[in-house]
Each structure stands twice: as C-alpha cells, then as structure tokens.
Design a protein around this ligand. Structure first.
Ligand SMILES: *[C@@H]1O[C@H](CO)[C@@H](O)[C@H](O)[C@H]1NC(C)=O
Ligand SMILES: *[C@@H]1O[C@H](CO)[C@@H](O)[C@H](O)[C@H]1NC(C)=O
Ligand SMILES: *[C@@H]1O[C@H](CO)[C@@H](O)[C@H](O)[C@H]1NC(C)=O
Ligand SMILES: *[C@@H]1O[C@H](CO)[C@@H](O)[C@H](O)[C@H]1NC(C)=O
Ligand SMILES: *[C@@H]1O[C@H](CO)[C@@H](O)[C@H](O)[C@H]1NC(C)=O
Ligand SMILES: *[C@@H]1O[C@H](CO)[C@@H](O)[C@H](O)[C@H]1NC(C)=O
Ligand SMILES: *[C@@H]1O[C@H](CO)[C@@H](O)[C@H](O)[C@H]1NC(C)=O
Ligand SMILES: *[C@@H]1O[C@H](CO)[C@@H](O)[C@H](O)[C@H]1NC(C)=O
Ligand SMILES: *[C@@H]1O[C@H](CO)[C@@H](O)[C@H](O)[C@H]1NC(C)=O
Ligand SMILES: *[C@@H]1O[C@H](CO)[C@@H](O)[C@H](O)[C@H]1NC(C)=O
Ligand SMILES: *[C@@H]1O[C@H](CO)[C@@H](O)[C@H](O)[C@H]1NC(C)=O
Ligand SMILES: *[C@@H]1O[C@H](CO)[C@@H](O)[C@H](O)[C@H]1NC(C)=O
Length: 607
C-alpha cells in the first residue's frame, strides 16, 4: 500500500516529545468589580498533555458579561444554550449564576433535527411537546452540564502520583438565595453535589428563580497544573451530552487503518423517503480514536471538548474519511468511518461523537457543546499482507482485510478480486439461464425460492469465497486456516522445507489460485467463510446446478463456524464485531445429498 508523506498529525506526535513546557496565554473572566467588569490576563505554565495542540486553547473570544445587579458580588452570569470556558486551579472553587430571567425566559424553537429513526418509539418531537405544556407550570427544567477540557498533569515528584487517578471536578447546584456560592463545606440541604465522570457531568433540575452553580477542583498533591472546563446551561436541552451505548461497531483493520460503522440510523425500507433522507445526509457523526496507551485522554473519555482537542485521530486531522453507507446486515443506512495513521498491533479506543447538533455547534445552538457515546475498542493487525478493502463495485458487501501485497495499491488489489468474482458470476448466470426460473410457478424448480434467491445466495457465497478474509499469520486462533505457506514472507525468509504446513495442499496454497499467482501475499491466515453460506447456496439454488458442500475434514478445512458471542470466527458479508442479534440460525438448513451436475466446474477450484 502506498503511504502518504508525513501528515500534520504525525508531525504533531513528533513535536510532543520535543515540547517540555508549553506556555499558554489564558484569559479568564472571573474577576469583577462593583461597577463594571475586569479581565484578568494570566500567563501560566502548563505541562503539556500527551499531544501538543496546534491552535490556541481558549477558543472563544470572551465578551464582557453582565453581572447580576443585586449586590451578589462577582457572580458571572450564564446564558441559555451557552458554554463558558474557564481555567480552575487545584483546590479552587468558582461560582456562576444562571439568572431567573433566563430560567423563566422563552424556550428556543425546536431545531429541525436529524431525520427520524423509524424504529425509535419516542422521538424527540414527542418530548418537546411535553416541554411546551410544562411551560405553564411554575418550575422550569434547567439543564446544566460540564465538560472537562484540560486536566492537570501528574506531579512526578509526588510519591502519591504513581497510583493516583485524576480527581474529577465537582459541580454544586443551589436554587436557594441563601446559598449563592455553593461549594464544598456548604449546607447540604441548600445544594446538590454532582461529580463529573470521565470529564462529563449532566444535571437536570427544576427551578423558578436564580440557579447558583459552583465548580470545584479538589485538593491533591499528586497532580499539578490547572483544569479547564466548559460549563453549559440551557432551558431547551443539555448543552453537552453523553450516551451510555457505543453505537459503534468495528468492521476490520489492517496495520495502518480501520473501518468502523455506526448502528443502523433507521430501519426504513429502501425506496422510502426516510431511507433516502439518511443516505443523502451530510454524515452527522464524528469519531475519536486513541491508542489505549495515550494517557492524554485518560479520565476525559466522555468530554467532547477534551476529545476534540486531544484525540490522536479526530475530525480535522485528515486521517478520517466518513460517508453514509447501506452496506451490512439489513442494508440499512449507517455512517462509516475509515481512518489511517494507526500503529500496527495496537489497541485503540473508538468513541462516537457529534459536533453540536451535527450541523451547527457552539454558543446559541441547542446541544451546541457536542455529544459523546461510550468508548469501545479495536485492534490493528500485525502483519503487512492483509489489506482492508471496501466499497468494491461488484462485491459491494465486502468490507474486511484481504490477502495482499504491500507493493500493490488498494485500487489494483480491489480490481483483481472484484473482476475475478464478477467473471465467475457471469458464468453462473449463463448456467442459471438454462433453468426454468421466471416461468409459471408449475415449472419453477421450487415454490419457496426462486432464481433471484439463488442469485443472491450465490453472490454472497462467491464473494466470501473468492475474496478470503485475511488475518495475521502470527496469530494462533484455532479458527484460522494457514494458507500459501510455501511462498516467502516479505522479509525473504521461508518456512523450513520440512515444515508440516508445507505438506498439505490446504495450507500450501490459497483457496483461490489467483491469489498466489497475481497477488503473492506470502503466508497468511484465513478466517474461513461461514458454513451456512454454502448451505444457503445449496438449499436455495436448483438441484440441477449441482452445488454441494464438502463434508468431513474437507468441510472443516474450507468453512468456519459462527461464534455465539458475535466474535468473527468465520467470514460472512456485512460482518462487524459484536453485533447483537446480528445472526439468526436457520434451523431448517440441512446437509442433504445433492446431485453432481454441471455446476461443479467451479467447486473444484473454490471449495
Ligand atoms: C483546598 O485546601 C485549601 C487550603 O486548605 C482550602 O482553602 C480549599 O477550600 C480546599 N479546596 C477544596 C476544593 O476542598
Ligand atoms: C442545529 O442548530 C442550528 C442553529 O440553531 C439549526 O439551524 C439547525 O437546524 C440545527 N440542526 C439540526 C440537525 O437540528
Ligand atoms: C508535588 O509533589 C511534591 C512532593 O509531594 C510537593 O512538595 C509539591 O507541592 C507538589 N506540587 C504541586 C504543584 O502540588
Ligand atoms: C434507532 O432506534 C433503535 C431502536 O430504538 C436503536 O437501537 C438505535 O440505536 C437507534 N439508532 C440511532 C442512530 O439512534
Ligand atoms: C500499551 O498498553 C498495553 C496494555 O496495557 C501494553 O501491553 C503495551 O506494552 C503498551 N504499549 C506501549 C508501546 O506502551
Ligand atoms: C475519502 O473517500 C473519498 C471517496 O471515496 C476518496 O476520494 C478520498 O480519496 C478518500 N480520502 C482519504 C484520505 O482516504
Ligand atoms: C442493522 O439492522 C439489521 C437488521 O435489519 C441487523 O441485523 C443489524 O445487526 C443492525 N446493525 C448493524 C450495525 O448492522
Ligand atoms: C504510535 O506509536 C508511537 C511509538 O510508540 C507513539 O508515540 C504514537 O503515539 C502512536 N500513534 C498512534 C496513533 O497510536
Ligand atoms: C475492550 O472491550 C471489551 C469489550 O467491551 C472489554 O472486555 C475489554 O476490557 C476492552 N479492552 C480495553 C483495553 O479496554
Ligand atoms: C428473472 O427475472 C428477474 C426479474 O424479472 C431478473 O432480474 C432475473 O435476471 C431473471 N432470472 C433469470 C435466470 O432469467
Ligand atoms: C520474517 O517475517 C516472518 C513473518 O512476519 C517472521 O516470522 C520471521 O521471523 C521474519 N524473519 C526475519 C529474519 O526477520
Ligand atoms: C526439520 O529439519 C531440521 C534440520 O534439518 C530439523 O532440526 C528439524 O527437527 C526438522 N523438523 C521436523 C518437523 O522434521
């Protein structure tokens, strides 16, 4: 595979190690005096997080803010659908007020929103109708949320630092005028305490007057430096949000890249307006990926603000390619993420996110602070002869790593596999055309299935069998079948001539001879196609075609078995790791006896 020159991402990684102390100019607007408003300009030393940022940290220009005009000294006001950034020292508590004029003020009109998720029973429009009714009531719903954007670094001189985990920020909320500066040590009856979890805090309260908020960073000597956080307030919906499901599935990887998909965004049928709306939409989600050894995001995995600044792979660093696709089980719309610049044999956290409401973000936008889903993880491959392939023209459902050769670019590789499958398919269509299919039901070969079903089953089987799913030769999972071991590895070494794998034609060659001849991947391992693909083919197609599945040892050498936990232990089209309920076992499938017929021409080469 061709590999582009050093990207900004990679240069940044290099810069990380050069930088020892990063000086940042940080503004913060917490100092006030009685009549007006003063700015404090602070120059601080911050030990850099794992990755050095390439743009100024405090993003928003800060405008002078109104002070609550009733002698409550120095409380900065928060606005509706506003996120306020602030630095806070270890041990410090900062106070804010969300004033009653805003609490009781008008709600924003609900935005257009994303197209409907047709299976979802409660849509967002339903909740906003309830909200309008509740406007009549005295108390209003107020959403308060926090994202930790920067964390202090470990104090390496402190003995406590080796086992310490980052103390989370704590948020205190008071609706009592008697407690206008909620914080640690204040009367617990007059405030509620919320602790940020992995950089996120979300609270929903009922209020009719001023809402007082305290943000506190607990005392610790294990860390040094500052925190930076974004506090969001709204009467419409939470400014930041976190959802406790991953909504993200790992499809496959090679040594540099990975392909992930979201869950189906709808269950609509193809051709319906809802389906088309989703397929045509600008991809609404974004992805963050971080090496599990990248401590830069530890403790901040639920903060959009932090992930968007510190993630190794994130929107804007040109490593990610997103699009909508209907590939996969059920062929429903979903978003796919292809990204590169990963290290081999490494495990990454993948985190789904949404920038604001997906079309706008930041102050003034309902949910403008962004949304994060739960982190999942995936691993890249170790060996360079499996290449991730997707978006083929003919075998359009193929999306996994295939036997490859680092000298072939992915376009050439795709072309070899896809045109080979297509030519087999053409031969098959010629054979099928000799069988009465599209005639009256009396002369059809079966009442239950027709030629279209046979064509679909054949295509599934053909693509899975002619385009094998590749895995590291160095891996020793029992479900893997070694292939092509007679060829040299790319470093020129070969297995010893008396090696047992060289003695069997099953392991000494690829399933599809084209691979050994044209692609020359060297030794690799194959995740065998699922046995049910062959059974489906035999069951669905006319007996006259003579398809049959191998039996006994030959069956186990050629086909694999599905795992009940959703792990991929055999290859099928549309596969993704740990899809729940992704597969239904067809109890009627049987391994019958089938007549050998003129369809056997292909079996010898491929089974
Ligand atoms: C941290 O310790 C200082 C000094 O003892 C104290 O004033 C401050 O309130 C403490 N901060 C917190 C958040 O407990
Ligand atoms: C996002 O917010 C903007 C500004 O409020 C609004 O115009 C847009 O329709 C919203 N987008 C969605 C998908 O709701
Ligand atoms: C770092 O740890 C040392 C040793 O415990 C302590 O003396 C020092 O005050 C700590 N620094 C900070 C900024 O907490
Ligand atoms: C759509 O709704 C289904 C069922 O409620 C849910 O499982 C799925 O995660 C939803 N998809 C999205 C993208 O919200
Ligand atoms: C990354 O973390 C894993 C698991 O903790 C560990 O086995 C591996 O050695 C680490 N790799 C590096 C480069 O630190
Ligand atoms: C992203 O995908 C588009 C369309 O498939 C392609 O043209 C483009 O080269 C890809 N970019 C990267 C960085 O892979
Ligand atoms: C999508 O829906 C199909 C059924 O229509 C289901 O089999 C599959 O597991 C769902 N999720 C994904 C990510 O494909
Ligand atoms: C790749 O590995 C290097 C060296 O261990 C590390 O510095 C870098 O952060 C890693 N990059 C990614 C994207 O994992
Ligand atoms: C990866 O995810 C799996 C499944 O959720 C979990 O069991 C495992 O502990 C995770 N690994 C890491 C390194 O977080
Ligand atoms: C049967 O008819 C369908 C639709 O009319 C067509 O797509 C298919 O190719 C036909 N099959 C054969 C074997 O002629
Ligand atoms: C060559 O590569 C193979 C497979 O990656 C490895 O097992 C072998 O040790 C390597 N040989 C040398 C001399 O590096
Ligand atoms: C293969 O040959 C080497 C040296 O000729 C010998 O040491 C080794 O035991 C042999 N291995 C097998 C499996 O016969």
């Amino acid at each position: 595979m061709q590999f582009p020159k050093l990207t900004p991402l990679q240069s940044r990684f290099a810069a990380t190690f050069a930088a020892t102390v990063l000086l940042l100019v940080l503004y913060y607007a917490l100092f006030t005096n009685s009549g007006g408003f003063a700015y404090a300009l602070e120059v601080r030393e911050i030990a850099p997080p794992a990755i050095v940022h390439d743009y100024p940290l405090l993003i928003e220009g800060r405008k002078p803010e109104e002070i609550v005009g009733r002698g409550t000294s120095g409380l900065t006001t928060l606005g509706n659908n506003q996120g306020k950034l602030s630095n806070i020292n270890i041990g410090e508590t900062q106070n804010w007020v969300f004033p009653k004029e805003t609490v009781n003020g008008p709600k924003s009109s609900p935005p257009k929103g994303l197209p409907a998720n047709i299976t979802a029973p409660s849509s967002s429009t339903a909740t906003s109708v309830v909200g309008d009714h509740e406007l009549k009531k005295r108390a209003n719903t107020v959403y308060i949320s926090l994202n930790t954007c920067i964390k202090p670094s470990l104090n390496s001189t402190s003995p406590a630092s080796s086992s310490a985990s980052l103390p989370p920020l704590t948020v205190y909320i008071s609706t009592s005028d008697n407690n206008q500066r909620p914080g640690p040590g204040k009367n617990a009856d007059e405030q509620t305490e919320y602790t940020a979890d992995q950089g996120y805090m979300g609270a929903t309260i009922q209020a009719s007057g001023d809402v007082y908020i305290g943000v506190s960073a607990s005392n610790t000597s294990a860390f040094s430096g500052i925190y930076n956080y974004e506090l969001g307030t709204s009467v419409d919906a939470s400014y930041h949000s976190y959802e406790d499901s991953t909504n993200l599935y790992f499809v496959d990887s090679d040594i540099h890249s990975a392909l992930l998909i979201t869950d189906n965004v709808t269950q609509s049928d193809p051709g319906t307006p809802n389906y088309q709306e989703w397929m045509d939409i600008e991809p609404p989600f974004t992805i963050f990926a971080n090496n599990i050894n990248n401590s830069g995001i530890y403790g901040l995995e639920r903060s959009y603000c932090a992930l968007n600044q510190w993630s190794q792979i994130r929107k804007g660093n040109n490593a990610i390619n997103t699009s909508m696709t209907s590939r996969g089980l059920g062929n429903e719309p979903k978003e796919q993420f292809y990204f590169t610049y990963l290290n081999s044999s490494s495990t990454y956290y993948g985190i789904l996110g949404m920038d604001g409401n997906s079309t706008s973000s930041g102050n003034g936008v309902i949910g403008g602070g962004g949304k994060i889903w739960r982190a999942m993880n995936f691993t890249t491959k170790a060996d360079d002869n499996c290449a991730l392939l997707y978006n083929l023209d003919f075998c359009s459902q193929v999306a996994y790593a295939v036997p490859s050769n680092p000298d072939l670019d992915s376009t050439a590789l795709a072309q070899i596999y896809d045109s080979n499958a297509q030519s087999y398919y053409q031969n098959f269509k010629n054979s099928l055309s000799l069988i009465p299919c599209n005639t009256s039901s009396i002369s059809m070969y079966s009442l239950a299935v027709g030629c279209a079903d046979c064509e679909a089953a054949y295509k599934q089987w053909l693509c899975a069998v002619t385009i094998p799913r590749c895995y590291d030769f160095s891996s020793d999972y029992s479900f893997l079948q070694p292939r092509n071991v007679g060829q040299a590895f790319f470093n020129g070494t070969k297995l010893p001539a008396n090696h047992s794998l060289l003695q069997s034609p099953v392991t000494n060659a690829s399933r599809n001879p084209l691979i050994d001849e044209k692609i020359k991947p060297g030794p690799y391992k194959e995740i065998l196609p699922c046995q049910d693909l062959c059974n489906d083919l035999v069951r669905t197609c006319p007996a006259a075609l003579g398809f049959s599945c191998p039996t006994g040892k030959l069956l186990n050498d050629s086909y694999g078995y599905r795992a009940s936990n959703g792990d991929i232990t055999c290859s099928y089209l549309g596969a993704a790791y740990y899809l729940n309920g992704g597969y239904r076992v067809d109890v009627n499938m049987s391994m019958g006896m089938f007549l050998a017929g003129f369809g056997l021409w292909l079996a010898s080469a491929l089974f």
